[in-house]
Design a protein around this ligand. Structure first.
Ligand SMILES: *[C@@H]1O[C@H](CO)[C@@H](O)[C@H](O)[C@H]1NC(C)=O
Ligand SMILES: *[C@@H]1O[C@H](CO)[C@@H](O)[C@H](O)[C@H]1NC(C)=O
Ligand SMILES: *[C@@H]1O[C@H](CO)[C@@H](O)[C@H](O)[C@H]1NC(C)=O
Length: 639
């Protein structure tokens, strides 16, 4: 405890000095941040530090990151200078002991569990006669058409063949100044599991796609995950290059969504509180303009005015594509922690989805919702996930599919009309999640859907991949059919020949997984396309099946843990996390998407201060550094 409390009689005259954070308050705060109460207590000196200004806040966290060796020094400096001011802004706006603070303690440190959902009934138009009209069942006679779904390309324009692919940073295969000479393992031209995609790999995939599709959906994350280095000019150039490459390689429309990496700093999608360099309007202006030749003038205006969201009717169909920016529901978007008053619908994304679904219902259309972050995963705020679920319930007869990326896994989530009784009869919505291109999370892959031309439901989903173990991979990646969902899972659930792969079907598949471990283990391998497979035992399987049955985040069974903030708790080993300053391999999907952002660093901090090696001497070192950044006020010294 701070020595102040031994002299309570002098507290009053020193009220202003007390607000000034003392290095010991911070160090004790770090040391005691082992549980949810400790995290709330730590927010007191962190908030006081934020009140001193962004630079004191940023410098303190950088010193802490360096001394505790949470990452390489350049990573500490880059990640914290970029995202630190957002966190500092958030802390100034909230009470250290409120519900938002609890969310922050979960989202960054993994030290609290998420608070119960803030119950709220989203205003929704009453269902009219059109709502009850079930979409006509497919006659099953018309030939399905093909739509390609690809995601999380994470193209690294600085990928350098021959550079070290086995470095200590979150992303390798770049000519870093402190690179090992000679390299531990030189990077090949078409990618490596420790690195993001070289441009040649993306080109190879796009050349394949053009053979398969009518049109495509792309669910976001163009930019690489060296998040400590990205800036606005890099993101602008990365987005522009990729949009050009899409146009050149594909001779049909692409309907994209915005990813959390498609801004600078990473995850920077402010509410209305941001100014100057944190404004993200430039992303929407850029994408609105560059996507326009696949959409239309109305959609381009929507992208600009609805924070990246738009809606458009797919050519030659009666299907409305509604692309929404789900990064406003993302726990790593620190702008969302800046008030104790909840914002139910940040930037009106839910309202936009409702308006477009109502228009589709009125017009007798069906709709696909596309976005980056899936609604049921552990890194979504359970409030917005719950409100989104209300929309899915209301428009269940209009929505024919929901398509997302972000986790880097080939997986699915199911929405139910009654989460208390999750069964085939209550399953009302299927969420399709595409595998990533980036080799960081498995073999590069994309999906091709067979779409019923009358109902727009999915009749089959085929995953194509390029096996990095193939000796020819580094010369010319070969793309092959990996599996067909209908062939793989149909026989397990006696699927009728004309039945779609809908929510009912996927629920039956989860029941088959419960009974048949061989089938589940194949699914587990498919998630990463057979590359860096995470072993999954009985306890892990339970959580995995629970996640499949949760398009609503509050039902996904994940438990927050320090260092594993967004991890699949059964798959990650805290010991491994402790030993490595870089994310361990295999790492969990969300941290792979996230990269070494400040959230990742802080979740490491909670582990390092409690059990990191050489803890006492590093604490002494940290204290002397902090004294230089936040000089102890004279009045306190004299005590
Ligand atoms: C932005 O990042 C790129 C690539 O890392 C770098 O070359 C450039 O100098 C940076 N620009 C600014 C203004 O910092
Ligand atoms: C763009 O497409 C939407 C939906 O397909 C349609 O309602 C709108 O009128 C179109 N706008 C233009 C300018 O063509
Ligand atoms: C279990 O799943 C495997 C793999 O899909 C399949 O080959 C096998 O027939 C299934 N067993 C039963 C009893 O359904």
């Amino acid at each position: 405890m701070h020595s102040f409390f031994k002299f309570p009689w002098i507290l009053l005259p020193l009220a202003s000095a007390f607000k000034h954070p003392h290095p010991d308050d911070l160090i004790n705060g770090f040391k005691n941040a082992v549980d949810c109460d400790g995290c709330h207590a730590l927010l007191v000196p962190l908030k006081a530090l934020a009140e001193l200004g962004d630079s004191a806040f940023v410098d303190t966290l950088i010193a802490t990151c360096k001394v505790l060796k949470l990452e390489d020094p350049d990573v500490c400096v880059g990640a914290i200078s970029q995202q630190g001011p957002i966190l500092s802004h958030a802390l100034r706006g909230i009470s250290p002991f409120g519900k938002t603070a609890t969310k922050l303690c979960e989202g960054t440190f993994g030290l609290c569990q998420p608070p119960a959902v803030n119950q709220y009934t989203l205003p929704l138009p009453a269902p009219g006669p059109a709502a009850a009209r079930k979409p006509t069942a497919s006659t099953g006679k018309k030939t399905p058409f093909q739509v390609v779904h690809f995601s999380d390309v994470h193209i690294d324009r600085e990928y350098a063949p021959g550079s070290d692919s086995n470095c200590k940073k979150p992303i390798c295969c770049r000519a870093f100044a402190d690179e090992a000479v000679p390299p531990n393992e030189p990077a090949g031209p078409f990618g490596n599991r420790n690195c993001d995609s070289p441009a040649g790999l993306a080109k190879s995939m796009l050349d394949q796609i053009s053979a398969h599709h009518t049109w495509s959906i792309f669910t976001g994350d163009v930019v690489e995950a060296a998040v400590w280095l990205v800036n606005r000019s890099e993101v602008t150039s990365d987005i522009g290059l990729f949009n050009q490459e899409l146009s050149a390689a594909l001779n049909a429309p692409v309907f994209p969504a915005i990813g959390n990496h498609d801004s600078a700093p990473v995850n920077n999608f402010p509410l209305d509180t941001a100014t100057g360099k944190f404004d993200a309007q430039w992303v929407f202006d850029l994408e609105g303009k560059q996507w326009r030749h696949w959409t239309n003038r109305t959609a381009a205006r929507e992208v600009k005015h609805f924070s990246g969201s738009y809606s458009v009717t797919a050519p030659g169909t009666n299907l409305r594509i509604i692309s929404i920016n789900t990064v406003y529901w993302y726990k790593q978007n620190f702008w969302l922690y800046d008030s104790d008053t909840p914002t139910h619908d940040p930037r009106g994304i839910l309202e936009f989805a409702v308006k477009e679904l109502q228009a589709a219902e009125d017009a007798g259309q069906r709709a696909w919702i596309i976005g980056h972050m899936p609604p049921g995963s552990q890194d979504v705020f359970s409030d917005q996930s719950n409100y989104y679920d209300q929309i899915v319930q209301r428009y269940r007869n209009t929505i024919a599919g929901q398509f997302f990326g972000h986790t880097h896994y080939d997986e699915f989530e199911i929405a139910y009309s009654d989460y208390e009784s999750r069964g085939a009869d209550t399953a009302v919505g299927a969420v399709w999640i595409a595998p990533a291109l980036t080799p960081r999370s498995g073999n590069p892959a994309f999906k091709v859907y067979d779409v019923d031309p009358e109902t727009y439901e999915i009749m089959d989903s085929k995953v194509y991949f390029s096996d990095m173990k193939n000796p020819k991979y580094q010369t010319e990646p070969e793309w092959k059919l990996y599996y067909s969902a209908r062939e793989e899972y149909g026989p397990l659930v006696d699927l009728a020949p004309t039945a779609p792969l809908n929510a009912r079907f996927w629920h039956a598949v989860t029941e088959a997984f419960e009974k048949n471990d061989t089938a589940f283990q194949r699914y587990n391998e498919f998630m990463t396309r057979g590359g860096h497979v995470h072993p999954c035992d009985a306890a892990c399987k339970k959580v995995a099946i629970c996640q499949m049955r949760a398009a609503r985040a509050e039902n996904n069974c994940h438990v927050a843990k320090p260092g594993l903030t967004f991890g699949d708790t059964e798959r990650d080993d805290p010991e491994t996390l402790m030993k490595n300053s870089a994310p361990p391999a295999p790492a969990h999907p969300q941290s792979q998407c996230e990269g070494a952002g400040i959230g990742h660093l802080l979740s490491q901090l909670a582990l390092k201060v409690t059990s990191g090696p050489g803890r006492e001497s590093s604490m002494a070192d940290l204290r002397s550094r902090l004294e230089k950044i936040i000089p102890v006020p004279r009045a306190v010294d004299e005590l």
